[in-house]
Design a protein around this ligand. Structure first.
Ligand SMILES: Nc1nc2c([nH]c(=O)n2[C@H]2C[C@H](O)[C@@H](COP(=O)(O)OP(=O)(O)OP(=O)(O)O)O2)c(=O)[nH]1
Length: 128
C-alpha cells in the first residue's frame, strides 16, 4: 500500500491549540486536523510545514520541535504523519482547504472529530 508523508503543526497560542476542519471537496472531508500537508520531494519537513500553513491559512508560525510521528493505515493508503510543536505568530485565516477553524484547549481534543491518524497525537498532547 502506498505511504504518504504528511507534516502537520500543533500550533499553540497561549494555552490553546489550533484545529481546522477539512472541506467537503477534500479527502477525509469533515474531519478536524492539525493543519499541514504532503511533503514534496526534496523538501525539508519544516519548509514543507511553513509552506502549507501559509498556502492554506495565510499563517506564520515559529516551528519549535518535533513532537510525534504516527503511522496509520487508512483503507486506501498509509500515512506517516509527522507533527511539530509550533508557536503561532500571525494569520489572515484565508481558508483554502478547510471550512472551519477553532482554538481549543489541549485537554478537550478528544471531544473533536479528529482524523484517525491524529488521535494518538491528541492523546499524547493531553498527557504532557
Ligand atoms: N494536513 C493534514 N493531513 C492529515 C492529517 N491527518 C490525516 O490523516 N491527514 C491526511 C489527510 C490527507 O489524506 C493527507 C494530507 O493531504 P492534504 O490534502 O492535507 O495535503 P496537500 O494539501 O499537500 O495535498 P493536495 O490536496 O494538494 O493533494 O493526510 C493532519 O493532521 N493534517
Amino acid at each position: 500500500m502506498a505511504t504518504i508523508k504528511v507534516v502537520c503543526g500543533i500550533i499553540f497560542n497561549e494555552d490553546k491549540v489550533f484545529l481546522c476542519r477539512r472541506s467537503p471537496h477534500k479527502s477525509l472531508a469533515g474531519y478536524w486536523e492539525f493543519p499541514g500537508g504532503k511533503i514534496e520531494s526534496g523538501e525539508k519537513e519544516e519548509d514543507s510545514l511553513s509552506r502549507e500553513l501559509f498556502e492554506e491559512l495565510g499563517m506564520s508560525v515559529e516551528i519549535k520541535e518535533h513532537f510525534k510521528t504516527v503511522v496509520h493505515n487508512y483503507d486506501l493508503f498509509t500515512i506517516e504523519l509527522i507533527a511539530y510543536i509550533c508557536q503561532f505568530q500571525k494569520a489572515s485565516y484565508k481558508l483554502t482547504d478547510h471550512d472551519q477553524y477553532e482554538w481549543v484547549s489541549k485537554n478537550n481534543l478528544n471531544q473533536w472529530n479528529l482524523a484517525p491518524a491524529d488521535i494518538p497525537i491528541a492523546e499524547a498532547l493531553s498527557k504532557c
